[in-house]
Every structure is written in C-alpha cells, then in structure tokens.
Design a protein around this ligand. Sequence first.
Ligand SMILES: Cc1cc2nc3c(=O)[nH]c(=O)nc-3n(C[C@H](O)[C@H](O)[C@H](O)COP(=O)(O)OP(=O)(O)OC[C@H]3O[C@@H](n4cnc5c(N)ncnc54)[C@H](O)[C@@H]3O)c2cc1C
Length: 271
Amino acid sequence: VQAIESRRVVLCAGATATPGILLRSGIGPRRSVERLGVDVVMDLPAVGARLLDHPGVAIFLWPRRGLHQSMRDPLIQTVLRYTSKRSALKNDMILQPGSLVPLPFLSRPLPLVSIMCSVGKPRGHGTIEYTSADPRSQPRIESRLLVDDEDRRRAVEAMRLAADVATSAPLRGQASFFWPPGRVVASDARLAAWIGRLCDSGYHPCGSVPMGADDARDDVAATDGRGRVRGIEGLWVADASLMPTIPSANTNLTTIMMGERFGEWMKTGEM
Ligand SMILES: Cc1cc2nc3c(=O)[nH]c(=O)nc-3n(C[C@H](O)[C@H](O)[C@H](O)COP(=O)(O)OP(=O)(O)OC[C@H]3O[C@@H](n4cnc5c(N)ncnc54)[C@H](O)[C@@H]3O)c2cc1C
C-alpha cells in the first residue's frame, strides 16, 4: 500500500468503480458507508443511488451467402435515432445494425447479423451497491432493465420497427429472419414477455455519482456542475458517473467530451 498526497484528486474509474472508491473512502449514503465498516467522512445520498444504462434487445438475421462480413469489421457502423410514439423527449430510441453478434447461448457462433434496439431515454434505472470494503470486491448491480412498463412498451415498438425493416423490400433478398421466432413477433404480449426475459445491458453504465446545480437536492446531486464532490475539498469526479441523465446516444463520445472539458478546466485553473 502506497500513500500519495496531492492537493487535487480526480477520480475517473468509470461508473461502476468510481462510486465504490468513494464509498470505501467514507463518502456516500451514511448507511452504505457504515455497512462497509468505514467511518463516514461525508454523507452523500446520491452516490450509487442510481445506475443508468440503455436497456436493449435485438433481432437476428441470417444473411445470404457472401454478404456476411468477418469479425474484423466494426460491429456498429451506423445508427438510427427516432422518437417513439407518445414520447415527450425527441430521439428517445436507438436502432443499430450489428455486423456480427454471436448469440451467447449457442455453442458455436453463427454468422448472424442483427438489428439492436435500445431505449435511449429510459424512465427506469438500476442500482449499484458495494457490500465489502475490500478494493477487489465486485459491486452488486440490480440492472432493472425494462422493468418500467413504458420502457417495455417502447422496446416492443422498437422491435416491431426493426422487424418491419428486416422484412422490407430492400432487405428481403439480403437476409432472412432468424430470431426471435415469428410467433413471438406476431403478438405484442408475447414480444413484451420475451423482451422481459432476454433484454440486456447496452454497456452504457453512467449516472452513479451525478452532478447537479448547487441548489439540487442531496439525493439528486453528488457533485457540483464542475464535478467537485460536495463537501470535500480537492476531490473531483470526471467520468461517466457524473451524467445526471443518460444521453440518448452511445456514451463514449459524451465521456470523451467531458474528459476534454475537465482537461481544459485543469489547464486554465478553473478546476
Ligand atoms: C463492452 C462495451 C462496449 C461499448 N461499446 C460502446 C460503443 O460502441 N460506443 C460508445 O459510445 N460507447 C460504448 N461503450 C461505453 C463506453 O465505453 C463508456 O461510456 C466509456 O468508456 C465510459 O468512460 P469512463 O471514463 O467513464 O469509464 P471507463 O472507460 O470504464 O474508464 C475507467 C478506467 O478506470 C480504470 N479503473 C477502474 N478502477 C480502478 C482503480 N481502482 N484503480 C485504477 N484504475 C481503475 C479502468 O480500468 C478503466 O480504464 C461500451 C462499453 C462496453 C463495456
């Protein structure tokens, strides 16, 4: 163990690890810190209160011989964002053609392509908890993907749109429907049940140490608008944990933008 003293500490361990480091350091909801057997340094209810993600499902297509690309091609090369019916938020949905996605339950990979459907602005969210102060311990994550009825409804709508695209005239000769089975796609109720069992993470965890305005409630914001951890001098967060809501697009670019911005602030002394 090595102790390094610094005037300024910037945490950027990502949305699952950053809240763990804070909790082990005594910063977070009092009960969560105490459960680790750690002294409370700052009671911050918003740390780890929510874990945001893009819940997703996919349809899989069997491409005609010769059309299929190799594993070396980028998985995602284009994306369609659209606004779901009744949505108050624009472009709340994401459809992405996937060049090749192996189905996890098949013993050998089939050369399938996919259309992945994600809810870009979900109402639901997951939670993240740490149960041990051991820095090697893994968090317990309750993803709660598509548990929210409205999120599930939008996912059904997206799957139907994806199925329409997959069976449209331009694609018909290129690829045939493989999965889910036709009888599932034919009924909204069956599709909703199927989605409930088979939806998965969009691999976009964020929002576990949210930033917020200075007057935001302490269960809503753990840092100020510049990533300064509330009530602690010299401690910043600068990663996807900070996102107060999830962007309705894949999160890497937004995170890179945040890194650039924080880098600028460090250079100009604004941080
Ligand atoms: C499988 C997968 C696929 C993805 N695909 C896409 C995509 O196609 N497009 C897109 O836009 N986004 C994608 N994302 C999301 C994107 O990668 C993340 O939003 C982004 O990387 C978040 O950046 P970050 O800096 O917050 O965290 P990270 O990129 O996770 O960086 C955190 C870093 O901290 C390190 N770290 C953690 N704990 C410690 C510790 N205790 N000590 C020292 N170092 C530590 C980690 O090793 C890591 O290097 C994908 C994510 C995954 C997991």
